[in-house]
Each structure stands twice: as C-alpha cells, then as structure tokens.
Ligand binder design. Sequence first.
Ligand SMILES: NC(=O)c1ccc[n+]([C@@H]2O[C@H](COP(=O)([O-])OP(=O)(O)OC[C@H]3O[C@@H](n4cnc5c(N)ncnc54)[C@H](O)[C@@H]3O)[C@@H](O)[C@H]2O)c1
Length: 436
Amino acid sequence: MNISIFGLGYVGCVSLGCLARNGHTVIGVDVSETKVRQINSGLATIIEKDIDIIIQEEHLKGRISATTDFIEAINSTDVSIVAVGTPSSSKGHLNLEYIFNVAEHLGVALKDKNSFHVVAIRSTVFPGTIQKFQKVIEETSGKVANVDFAVVSNPEFLREGTAVHDYNHPPLTLIGSQNKKAADIMASLYNHLPAEVVITDVQVAEVMKYVNNTFHALKIGFANEIGNICSALNIDSHKVMEIFCMDKELNISSYYFKPGFAYGGSCLPKDLKGLQTLAHDLYVKAPILESIDKTNEIQISRAVNLVQQLGKKKIAILGLSFKAGTDDLRNSPAVTVVETLLGKGFEVQIYDKNVQLSKLTGTNKEYIDQHIPHLSKLMVNHLDELVDYAEVILVNNREKEYVDMLLETESAATIVDMVRMPEPIRARANYIGINW
Ligand SMILES: NC(=O)c1ccc[n+]([C@@H]2O[C@H](COP(=O)([O-])OP(=O)(O)OC[C@H]3O[C@@H](n4cnc5c(N)ncnc54)[C@H](O)[C@@H]3O)[C@@H](O)[C@H]2O)c1
C-alpha cells in the first residue's frame, strides 16, 4: 500500500521504517527540512534500537522517502497516518495546533483527489478531536466524511527505548472507526502482527491512551508508596511486589476494573485505613493511598446526587449489603446513601434478599444499629411491594432476582443503576447509570 506519515519524530519514524519493512511504500511528511533530509539520506530522525538499520535498508530498497510537500504526499498515497506532536500548553492544556494544521493540509489536498482516502490519527488526542478534525477536512475540501474520506483513531502503544520491538509486538491493535471500509484498510496493515485487532467506537479509542498511561503512572506511584512504607519497616519491597504480582486473580487481572459504585465491606476500608495510618506513623508520605477513600466518598455522593436531581421523593433501594451474595452491611456504601437520603427528607424503602434483620448478629448488627437504627421500618419483604411504591429504584447489587424483576417490570420508576444492569434495562428512557 502507499502510505504517507505526517510527523517524523519518535512515532512517525518508527512507523515509517516498520511499515516499509512490511512491504509498503511510505512517504514521510514533516515541517522540519532537517528531518526530511535525514530520511532522504537513509538516516533515522531519532536514536532508537534497530530503527537506524531499518531506515537505511528500506531507503536503499526505495520504499522510504520524505518531503515537506504535503500535497504531493497525500496525492500519491491511499492512507495518511498522523503522528505529529500533541504537547502540553504552558497552562497544561493539550496543544492540538499541529494536529489541526495537518487537517487543513489534508483538506487542501483532498479537494482535488478523487479516490477514497483514509486518515489514521496515531498521535494522542482528547476524545472528540477526530470529529473536529474530520469537520476541518470537510470544510476545507468540500468532500464528505465516510464517503470521500474517513478519519479513524489508531493510537500508538510503543515505548521509547523498545519502540521497534513494541511496534512489532503491540498488546493489541486498536482502531476506532465509524467506517468499515477504513477500519478494514487499517486492520490490513497490522493483521500480520501477533496481536488482536480491536475495532471500536472512535471516542473509546481516543481516550484509551490517556487511560493506559494514567494507569501506568498510577502503578509506578503505587509501587513506590508501598516501597517507601516497606523500606521504613525494613521489609524488602521487591519481595513484596513480586508476590503481589503473582496473584493473577485479584491483583494483576481485570477483577475490580468495572466502573460503578463505591467499595465497602469489612475489609477494604479497614485495611486501607490501617496502611494509611501506618504510613502516617512512619512519617512516610503516601498521597495515592490517602486519596483512595476520598474518591470512594465522591462515588457515594455521586449516587446521592443522581437520586436528588430527579426531584422525586419515594426511593426504593434494591440491595443494602456491600455486594451481592452477602448480608454484610458493615461499611456498605448503600447504607451511607440511605442515611444521607433520609437526612435530606427522602422517603426510603429497602429490599435485600440476603438481609434478614432477625438474623443479623455481632458487629454487623452493631453497625446497622448505629447507622440506621429504625431499619426494620424501612425494609420490605417482597420485591413487588418495593416496585409498587417506588418513584426511583436505586440498584446497588447485581442479584439475579433484581435483574429478572427489572427486566420484567413495567414500572415507570426511574432506575438509578450502580452495578450496570443488562442492555435491555440500560436502553430504557427512565434509566441512569452511575458512570456510563
Ligand atoms: N514518543 C512516544 O513514545 C509516543 C508513544 C505513543 C504515542 N505518542 C504520541 O504520538 C504523537 C507524536 O509523538 P512523538 O514523540 O513522535 O513527537 P515528536 O515531537 O518526536 O515528533 C512530532 C513531529 O511532528 C512534526 N510536525 C509538527 N507539525 C507538523 C505538520 N503540520 N506536518 C508534518 N509534521 C509536523 C514535528 O516537526 C516533529 O518532527 C504525540 O501525540 C505523542 O503523545 C508518543
């Protein structure tokens, strides 16, 4: 395939070399004449393992060239990959100047181009950028998106230092596209790689890089805070983290990675508090650990606000314990929500298939006596009673009984969902998910 690449920095230079090595004819475009000259002399524009040899070899084969003339590059190619910089502005905002500059160039060139052109944004951009990018091309060229051209998101996951290896061994290939033809053309560039090609919504693909990199930064910060606490206790932090990483069920896994309601129960809040206090007593600063319960409180307030903004009075609570399959009410976020709603003057009724007041004992009973002493007056014994009563149904647990009831009910009550009910429930008009 004939491919043009805008931006000959780290990402662009690696893509240029690797795509040429895969047999494509690739032309680089950059505003820097120095970089264009380097490529045309068979030299890489960056220091990076293996890329110098690849660029040299592919240049000799005639599969690599570069230009500052964007019209020539776009006219002679079917796909343009955009890998220009997206630096932070002095105030920390994302500077998309170079990106929109390329959109204007594409618009000018596509005005007179008659074949379908695919544009892939490989730079890291905010969600919504591609929609604007597409509009700039439409306005400048007079062409129609998804008819004459298509813009897709194709974020880059490489790391500097191992960039060529990472290009050839990506964790996955991600393509965000609303155009099947463009997605298929882009997928064909990567089909030989040992990685799944995932085609998804444009905005999902756009936000992915931010989510990934933020999580990577969080991992480093978390490991360092644990390391700092361990070293203050004379514990070998590397032994700790090695064992931590051996748990592929709950630690290094997709478990707990589902946006939804706050955590609760008798262990997570208690043990987090314990470690925070230990760090404090050791004079070890641990701001990541300290922020975890704050973000949890925000999630509880978010649930209350969602109910409050509906302006309805009669609130049904589906599930009071901290998760499905247990009657443990200790530190259940739903208990805090009920307490807050009662304090704000809402009428509340509760159904929880696992909670039988007569069977609550020990610290579980003490907790609920302290927080909702008149709980017995709020609990109902049958789901039907709850549905007949409700103007709002707040779903806190994903018990099968609740799911089945919500699938069947024709109640006009608004469902406020903390646990992501199945699609038919989510598709209803009177439905709100906590963060989806
Ligand atoms: N560096 C990485 O490891 C990495 C990894 C993944 C994603 N990214 C993202 O990829 C993008 C590029 O990063 P980079 O590190 O390669 O940047 P870079 O600064 O090394 O290179 C960007 C290049 O774009 C050129 N450029 C600017 N405006 C142009 C225009 N109008 N036309 C043509 N060329 C133009 C610049 O001259 C420069 O050579 C960024 O959004 C970055 O966040 C970078």
